[in-house]
Design a protein around this ligand. Structure first.
Ligand code: AMP
Ligand code: MG
Length: 491
């Protein structure tokens, strides 16, 4: 493979870790790559604005056909609990870390190719990705970023010009992902499963230095690390729920210790609300259904805590006692964050437990009436502005079903300034989310060679809280025949 004329300002700290952490692996070239979308704003943000990646030269790197100067490509080792069962041997089977870019302020970003060919962890997989999942991850991760949710980002989507074989031949793609890091709960499990405490300690110290420097100041830094990850994840999952987001496959190998949303596979934003809603075709039991995400996040963090026990205290009873205390904070943090976010969605800043009951009653009515989650909250802000409830009640099959609740809500809001409440609601309730049927439509068009719907979707989702009359058809819920019933992993 030729070395590229392009070189990155790489500083590859992960590649400097001991060999047990990864396998050096080069991307496998593809036949005829073309650039579908390149994220210039993100490139600027992470200090790559002056690297000519959006060019034919850059395409060779973003397709994996050449390796940039300074890159030390590798596949990371990790394990994971998948749907509750432990798999000791996972690792990046279709992702290759090219390196890390470091900004002057110390911010560090991983640059990773997904779908760039097999690695020593690929098992029976081909290391490739179909174009559909590439486009889905691009749209959804960038939408999440615009919504303000901590997430990995999309730098580029490339068509490989080659087919991959899934149910049949399907056009392939390569996705360039940017993350604070790609270290997962499963990365810790890799070493814990091998009783390799020496490497576990190196990993913990590395993660503390990279993501939780404040924990390094504490007497028991691993306990500080656990507390930091618990807090970020408890808040992150509440943040997902604010927008009706369902991750779909919250296995421990898909949980980032940096606290970013990672691994967008069969994820989806709900249209009509139901707490037990799930989309993933492989989640038969609804393990990762909407309202289970908090408890499942907590469960994953208990697995994380287990890996840290030997580093916390040589006395295992003491270690368990301390770790349990920290883990027990999860529910309180998660609940407080949910209360804050959902009461703000109905116009109440600093919501109380009583205000949360108001939210719960509303959610109950929405579930019963199969009411669209995004439209309901947006219409509520308009109801407050206009003093008319018809739009809101029109979402319910029995419009009168919501009257009692609306009366209660309006009484509560008499205590607050309506102008402020409306502004708060507009900040909390997007006009646009990447609805499943729109993603599906964009993917199907792309398979026919038409990328306009994909670009439209990305463009409008950069400002999800702003009315954009030219895109108003993207606000609406799917017609019955457009509803997407199930989503599939990107494998
Ligand atoms: P995921 O479902 O994407 O979280 O992946 C679970 C595991 O399967 C990870 O170790 C992936 O790297 C691996 N994997 C998924 N798809 C492929 C593929 N097409 N080829 C090789 N490995 C894969
Ligand atoms: Mg994964």
């Amino acid at each position: 493979m030729p070395a590229s004329a392009i070189s990155f300002p790489f500083d590859n700290s992960y590649a400097r870790l001991p060999e047990a952490f990864f396998q050096s692996t080069k991307p496998t070239p593809v036949r005829a790559p073309t650039m579908i979308r390149y994220n210039t704003d993100l490139a600027d943000e992470i200090g790559l604005g002056t690297v000519p990646l959006n060019s034919s030269e850059g395409l060779t790197i973003l397709s994996g056909n050449e390796v940039a100067g300074g890159s030390e490509p590798l596949a990371m080792a990790y394990s994971g609990h998948q749907f509750g069962g432990f798999s000791p041997e996972l690792g990046d089977g279709r992702a290759i870390l090219l390196g890390e870019v470091l900004l002057e302020d110390g911010a560090r970003h991983d640059i990773q190719l997904k779908g760039a060919g097999p690695t020593p962890f690929s098992r029976r997989g081909d290391g490739r990705s179909a174009l559909g999942p590439v486009l889905r991850e691009y749209v959804v991760s960038e939408a999440m970023a615009a919504l303000g949710v901590p997430t990995t980002r999309a730098l580029a989507a490339v068509a490989s010009g080659e087919d991959v074989f899934r149910e049949g031949p399907t056009p392939g793609g390569v996705f360039t992902r940017v993350a604070q890091s790609h270290i997962r709960v499963g990365t810790f499990q890799w070493f814990a499963a091998r009783q390799d405490h020496a490497h576990l300690k190196i990993l913990a110290e590395y993660v503390i230095a990279r993501h939780y420097p404040e924990a390094g100041q504490q007497e028991n830094s691993c306990l500080g690390l656990l507390a930091g990850v618990v807090e970020r994840q408890a808040k992150l999952i509440a943040h997902w729920m604010q927008f009706g987001f369902i991750h779909g496959v919250m296995n421990t190998d898909n949980m980032s210790v940096a606290g970013e949303t990672i691994d967008y596979g069969p994820c989806a934003f709900m249209d009509h609300f139901h707490p037990q809603k799930k989309f993933s075709s492989i989640d038969h039991q609804g393990r990762y259904a909407f309202a289970n995400q908090g408890p499942m996040g907590h469960w994953n963090l208990a697995r994380f805590a287990e890996t840290l026990l030997p580093l916390m205290d040589t006395n295992s009873e003491n270690a368990i006692k301390q770790a349990t205390e920290v883990l027990d904070r999860f529910d309180g943090i998660h609940r407080a964050e949910l209360t804050k976010r959902f009461t703000a969605k109905i116009g109440i800043a600093e919501g109380t437990t009583e205000d949360w009951s108001l939210v719960e009653t509303l959610l109950g009515l929405m579930a019963e009436g199969e009411v669209d989650f995004t439209l309901l909250f947006r219409y509520l802000s308009r109801a407050l502005e206009s003093d008319s409830d018809t739009e809101v009640s029109g979402l319910f099959p029995e419009p009168a079903a919501i009257n009692g609740w609306l009366k209660q809500w309006r009484t509560r809001l008499m205590e607050v300034d309506h102008g402020q409440a409306v502004r708060l609601m507009r900040r909390m309730n997007p006009v646009f989310i990447p609805r499943n049927h729109r993603i599906e439509e964009a993917i199907q068009a792309a398979y026919r060679g038409d990328f306009a719907p994909f670009h439209n979707l990305n463009d409008l989702l950069q400002k999800p809280f702003s009315e954009q009359p030219e895109f108003s058809e993207y606000e609406t819920a799917p017609a019955p025949h457009e509803v997407v019933q199930a989503t599939f992993c990107g494998t």
